[in-house]
Unconditional design. Structure first.
Length: 454
C-alpha cells in the first residue's frame, strides 16, 4: 500500500521540533509498503500543500501525527483543534484514503479527539507495533482482528470502540528513525536534533502526560546503541550542533544515565546536548559525568516552590531536593533551567508568591514560568470561565516583576519569549535551547536595535 505520513505540527516557538515519534513509526513500518513523509512545519499553506501531495502520490493510507493540543504559551487549544479538523476535512474532500491519527496530543485524550476529529482509526501511546498490525488488518480485510490491536480506537456502525490495553515495546528491537528524511530547515534554524534514550515514567506527577503517552513502565535503550545513533546522525548531518534528549526523565534510572555519559566520554562525543532531569536520583557523580560528556545544561520540571503544592502534585520530591539539585549544578558549572507551573488546581495567589520567593532564593541559570491551563477547558467552557480570573491575577503579578528579573522567561506574557527575539538570537548563530545562551537584559536591548533595522 501507499502510505503518507503527515506531521501537522507548525509550532516554531521557541524552536521547531523534529517529528521524532512519526519518524519512529515510519521506520518500523514494513518495507513492502511505499512510504512518503510530508512535514508541514515550514509550509505557509499546509492544507494546500497536503492536497497537492495527495494528487501526486494518491496514498491508500494517510497517517497523521499530532504533537500539540495547546500552543507554545499554554494559552489556547482551540486554534490547534480547528486546524486539525480543517486538515482532515480538506483531505476527505479529495481522497478516500484511510486516515489514522496518532501522536502525543492524540494520546492524551484519544476518545474525545476521535469524536471531534472523526478519523477512521487512532492509535494512542506507542504506535510502532500497533500501526504495522493495523496495516496488515486493513490490507487483509480481516477487520475482526481490530480488537486484538493494542491502543487502537475505531468506529464501527458509527460507534466508537477502544482497545486500551497497552503492550510495552523493547526499544533495542526498534529500528532507529531515518534522519535523512528530516527537513534540513530544522537544523538550519536551531541546529538541534532529538533523540530518545528511554520511554515510560514510573513517577506519578499530577497532570503530567508522559505516563499517559508512554506508560509507567520504564524501558531503556542500550547506551552503545544510543551513542551509535548520535554519532551516525551527526556524521550524516553536519548542520546539527546540538542534541536534545526527549526522555521524560533522563536520570531515571540513574545508572543508565551514567552509562550513557560514560559511553559518550569513552568515544569522545563532543556535540553539546540537553536533557530533562528530576531532583530524584540526581547526584554529584552524574553532574560530573554530564559535564565531561559535554552536556550544555538540563531542564527540570520543578513546578512549585511550596512543599504542600509539590505534595498535592505528587512530584515525589520537595523544595530541599530542588535546591540541592541547583547547588550541585552551580558547583559543577552545569546550567539548570527550571520550569514552574503557576496556578495549578488548589493553588492560591499566596502559593504563587511563595514560589516566586523560592525562585529568587534558588537563583538558577534560567527560569520558565508557565501559567496553568487545563487541556479540558477547551471542551468545558464553565471550567475555562472559572479559572480565567485567577490566571489574570497571576499575569498581573508576573508583569510587575518582569523588569527585576531579566532572565525569567514568561511565555504567556511574551516576556523573553517572542518571535523577534528568537529571530535575533538565531541571527547571531546561537544553536540549541536559547535559555542556555541568553544574557537577556543585554539581548533585549540589542534585539530592539536589530528589529528596528530590518
Amino acid at each position: 500500500m501507499k502510505i503518507a505520513f503527515i506531521s501537522l505540527n507548525q509550532e516554531k516557538m521557541p524552536s521547531p521540533v523534529v517529528p521524532l515519534g512519526l519518524l519512529y513509526v515510519m521506520a518500523n513500518t514494513p518495507q513492502n509498503h511505499e512510504k512518503e513523509l510530508w512535514d508541514v512545519c515550514f509550509e505557509k499553506k499546509p492544507i494546500e500543500y497536503i492536497k497537492q501531495k495527495i494528487e501526486n502520490f494518491r496514498p491508500d493510507i494517510i497517517a497523521i501525527g499530532i504533537r500539540n493540543l495547546q500552543n507554545s504559551t499554554y494559552t489556547d487549544s482551540a486554534e490547534n483543534i480547528n486546524y486539525y479538523k480543517d486538515t482532515i476535512s480538506g483531505i476527505r474532500q479529495i481522497s478516500k484514503a484511510v486516515i489514522i491519527l496518532g501522536g502525543s496530543a492524540f494520546s492524551v485524550m484519544p476518545e474525545k479527539l476521535m469524536n471531534v476529529l472523526r478519523p477512521d482509526y487512532g492509535i494512542s501511546g506507542e504506535g510502532e507495533k500497533s500501526f504495522a498490525e493495523l496495516l496488515n488488518t486493513i490490507e487483509s480485510k480481516e477487520l475482526e482482528n481490530l480488537n486484538n490491536i493494542h491502543c487502537l480506537h475505531w468506529f464501527e456502525n458509527n460507534e466508537l470502540h477502544s482497545n486500551t490495553k497497552k503492550e510495552f515495546l523493547n526499544l533495542n528491537e526498534l529500528k532507529a528513525p531515518d534522519k535523512s528524511l528530516v527537513d534540513k530547515r530544522y537544523y538550519e534554524f536551531s541546529g538541534t536534533d532529538s533523540i530518545q534514550t528511554n520511554r515510560g515514567c514510573p513517577l506519578k506527577c499530577e497532570h503530567c502526560t508522559y505516563p499517559i503517552i508512554e506508560g509507567r513502565q520504564k524501558r531503556s535503550r542500550d547506551a552503545k546503541l544510543i551513542v551509535d545513533e548520535l554519532i551516525n546522525t551527526a556524521d550524516k548531518n553536519p548542520q546539527i550542533a546540538h542534541f536534545f534528549i526527549v526522555d521524560s526523565v533522563f536520570n531515571l534510572p540513574l545508572e543508565h544515565a551514567k552509562d550513557i555519559c560514560r559511553e559518550m566520554i569513552s568515544r569522545n562525543f563532543n556535540i553539546p546536548w540537553t536533557a530533562y532531569v528530576n531532583p530524584i536520583g540526581f547526584d554529584e557523580e552524574l553532574a560530573e559525568l554530564m559535564v565531561k560528556a559535554n552536556c550544555a545544561g538540563f531542564e527540570c520540571g520543578s513546578d512549585s516552590g511550596c512543599d504542600d503544592i509539590l505534595k498535592k502534585l505528587n512530584k515525589g520530591f520537595d523544595t530541599k531536593q530542588i535546591l540541592n539539585l541547583s547547588q550541585i549544578c552551580k558547583k559543577n558549572q552545569l546550567k539548570d533551567c527550571h520550569t514552574f507551573m503557576l496556578g495549578t488546581p488548589t493553588e492560591t495567589l499566596d502559593h504563587v508568591k511563595r514560589t516566586i520567593d523560592f525562585i529568587i532564593e534558588m537563583n538558577p541559570a534560567s527560569v520558565i514560568l508557565m501559567i496553568w491551563k487545563d487541556d479540558y477547558e477547551l471542551l468545558e467552557p464553565s471550567l475555562a470561565q472559572e479559572r480565567r480570573a485567577f490566571r489574570k491575577e497571576i499575569e498581573d503579578l508576573l508583569y510587575e516583576l518582569k523588569d527585576k528579573f531579566p532572565r525569567w522567561i514568561i511565555p504567556t506574557l511574551g516576556i523573553n519569549f517572542n518571535y523577534k527575539m528568537f529571530r535575533y538570537l538565531r541571527h547571531l548563530g546561537l544553536k540549541g535551547p536559547l535559555w542556555q545562551h541568553q544574557n537577556l537584559d543585554a539581548m533585549v536591548q540589542n534585539q530592539q536595535i536589530f528589529t528596528a533595522s530590518v
